[in-house]
Design a protein around this ligand. Structure first.
Ligand SMILES: *Cc1c(COP(=O)(O)O)cnc(C)c1O
Length: 342
C-alpha cells in the first residue's frame, strides 16, 4: 500500500498547495481524426501550480530545497539548458524561500537566435532574482559550477549544487508523492487509468512515478514515457538505475529491471530541444481544442507520442489514458520561430 508517512522522513519546503486537478480533454477527443479516436484522454495538470508559472520541477524542489535548508545552505546553484524550466522554477522557489539562486545555463540545444537566448524562461530567471550565467558552446558547465561553489564558500556562504533537472533520488520523492496523489484521485473519480503518459528528460519524474508504482504493488509498465533527451536504450538503463536508487533511499528491497520500463524513442527527432513536425502539431491541436499550453521541448513531443500510440494501437481502444502536463509554457516564446504560421 501507499503510505504517505513514507515521505515524512525527508525535509520538505511546501511550494504547492493541494493536489493538481485531473481533467478530461473532451473537446480534443472530439476533434481528433478518426484514427486517433476511441480513447478517453485525461490531463494531470502539473502545469497548474501557483508558484513561478508552475511545472513538474516544483514537486522535486519541495524536497531539494528541504535538503538544502537542512544542510544549512543559503544559495542554490542550478544548471540546465538556456531554456531550462528547472532553472526558472528553482529561481522562483528560492525567491519564495528566501534563498539566493544562481543559474548556469549551457548551450545544450543548437539554437542561437536572440529570442532563444533572451526570451522565455531566461526573462523569468532574472525576474525571480536569480543571478544568470550563460555559458558558450563547449564551455565546461561542471567545472564552472564547481568554481562558483568554491567562490560562494570563500565569501562565507554555502552553496547547494542541484543535479541536472533535479533528478536525484531526493528530488524524485516529489513524484512518489504525485503517484500517491494520482492513486487517490483515481479512486475518488472511480476511473482506473490504463496508461500514464509522460515525457522523460532527466528521468526523475519517471523514476519517482515508477518507484511509487512499485511501492504500491502496481505494474510500472503502465507508465509510458517518451524520451526527449537521450536515446531510448540509454534512457531505459539510466531511468532503471534512478528507480532503484529511489527504492534504496526508501529502504525498500524491491528492484526493477530495465525491461520493466516502457520508454519510446520515436519522438526524440533530431535531439533535445530540436522541434519536430509532430511536436508542433500536438502543441497546436491541444491549444486549438482545449486552450491549454503544452511546451515545445517535453509535453509537445510526449503528446505527439500519445497520439501516435493511439493510431498504432499501442494504446488500446476504450482505454483511459492520463497524460501528465508538466508545464514549460514559457519555452513557447523562445520557439516562436518554430510555432508561428499555420
Ligand atoms: C524537466 C521537465 C520534464 C521532464 O522531467 P524529468 O524529470 O527531467 O524527466 C518534463 N516537462 C517539463 C516541462 C520539464 O521542465
Amino acid at each position: 500500500m501507499l503510505d504517505p508517512a513514507l515521505l515524512s522522513q525527508f525535509p520538505r519546503v511546501r511550494l504547492i498547495e493541494g493536489a493538481t486537478p485531473i481533467q478530461r480533454l473532451a473537446r480534443l477527443e472530439q476533434v481528433l481524426p478518426a484514427q486517433q479516436k476511441g480513447v478517453s484522454i485525461w490531463a494531470k495538470r502539473d502545469d497548474l501550480m501557483e508558484l513561478g508559472g508552475g511545472g513538474n520541477k516544483l514537486r522535486k524542489l519541495e524536497f531539494l530545497l528541504g535538503q538544502a535548508t537542512a544542510e544549512g545552505c543559503d544559495t542554490v546553484v542550478v544548471t540546465g539548458g538556456v531554456q531550462s524550466n528547472f532553472a526558472r522554477l528553482a529561481a522562483a522557489a528560492c525567491a519564495r524561500t528566501g534563498l539566493a539562486c544562481e543559474v548556469v545555463l549551457s548551450q545544450m540545444v543548437p539554437r542561437h537566435s536572440e529570442i532563444y537566448r533572451a526570451n522565455g524562461n531566461v526573462v523569468l530567471d532574472r525576474l525571480f532574482g536569480a543571478r544568470v550565467h550563460i555559458l558558450e558552446a563547449g564551455d565546461d558547465a561542471g567545472g564552472f559550477v564547481a568554481r562558483r561553489a568554491s567562490e560562494i564558500a570563500a565569501s562565507g556562504r554555502k552553496a547547494f549544487v542541484a543535479t541536472l533537472g533535479g533528478s536525484t533520488p531526493v528530488g524524485a520523492m516529489g513524484y512518489i508523492d504525485c503517484a500517491f496523489e494520482i492513486a487517490a484521485q483515481s479512486a475518488e473519480m472511480g476511473i482506473a487509468f490504463d496508461q500514464i503518459v509522460i515525457p522523460n528528460g532527466s528521468g526523475g519524474m519517471h523514476a519517482g512515478l515508477v518507484a511509487g508504482a512499485v511501492v504500491a504493488g502496481r505494474d510500472p509498465s503502465r507508465i509510458r514515457a517518451h524520451t526527449v533527451l537521450s536515446a531510448a536504450d540509454a534512457c531505459v538503463i539510466a531511468t532503471a538505475d534512478k528507480v532503484n536508487a529511489v527504492l534504496e533511499l526508501l529502504s525498500k528491497k524491491d528492484r526493477i529491471k530495465p525491461e520493466n520500463l516502457q520508454i519510446s524513442g520515436m519522438q526524440l527527432g533530431g535531439g533535445y530541444g530540436i522541434p519536430t513536425a509532430a511536436m508542433v502539431e500536438a502543441v497546436r491541436i491541444v491549444g486549438r481544442s482545449e486552450g491549454l499550453l503544452l511546451d515545445p521541448v517535453y509535453g509537445g513531443k510526449a503528446f505527439a507520442g500519445l497520439l501516435c500510440d493511439i493510431e498504432d494501437g499501442v494504446i488500446a481502444q476504450g482505454s483511459n489514458v492520463l497524460f501528465v502536463m508538466t508545464g514549460g509554457s514559457p519555452g513557447l516564446f523562445a520557439y516562436a520561430d518554430a510555432l508561428n504560421g499555420n
